[in-house]
Design a protein around this ligand. Structure first.
Ligand SMILES: [Zn+2]
Length: 179
């Protein structure tokens, strides 16, 4: 950010709370660049398969990711995750548990920081069909995931899913033992 969004003066860099921030010497505005929340879900069907969406947009077009997206004003993370899954895959889900939160690095989100909140979900309706920024959607067996996973954050979440499966967590296995 080059200019103050409040008074249009040029911003300067200053270390505040241990990190460089863009600050305005004219009006005192500070651009903290706090993370934006992104909500998504690992949707596991009754057969233990995972729902992935193939990206139709840059960055990482053609790669697969967990359905996720920026939350809307006033949404809970759970509501945002349900909405994003429905928009991208056509599938209505019930949240069955918490998977992981992952802070994305600069390589994944160069302009502002984002923090993913991933839940577990299971399908309760809808018809599988790509929408929004997905060009293909499919369920994959645990041992047959595509190699082209879009983001490090997704890899972290998938590693957590594998660990939860190994531990026999019902939500990670697609069992309806959630809340
Ligand atoms: Zn200013």
């Amino acid at each position: 950010m080059s200019y103050c969004p409040r008074c249009a003066a040029p911003l300067e860099t200053e270390v505040l709370n241990g990190l460089p921030r863009r600050v305005c010497r004219s009006c005192g505005f500070i651009y903290w660049n706090n993370p934006l929340p992104v909500a998504g879900a690992a949707v596991i069907d009754a057969g233990g398969r995972l729902l992935l969406a193939r990206r139709s947009e840059e960055p990482r077009r053609g790669y697969w990711n967990l359905p996720a997206g920026f939350m809307e004003w006033g949404e809970s993370a759970e509501t945002g995750a349900r909405r994003e899954v429905a928009e991208e895959t056509g599938i209505a889900i019930e949240i069955t548990g918490y998977l992981a939160s992952v802070g994305a690095g600069h390589a994944e989100s160069p302009w502002h920081s984002i923090t993913y909140v991933f839940f577990y979900g299971r399908p309760v309706g809808g018809v599988l069909a790509p929408g929004d920024d997905a060009e293909e959607v499919a369920f994959f067996a645990p041992g047959e995931l595509p190699a082209e996973i879009a983001f490090t954050s997704n890899q972290v979440a998938l590693d957590r899913w594998r660990a939860d499966r190994a531990a026999g967590l019902p939500a990670a296995l697609g069992l309806a033992a959630g809340r």
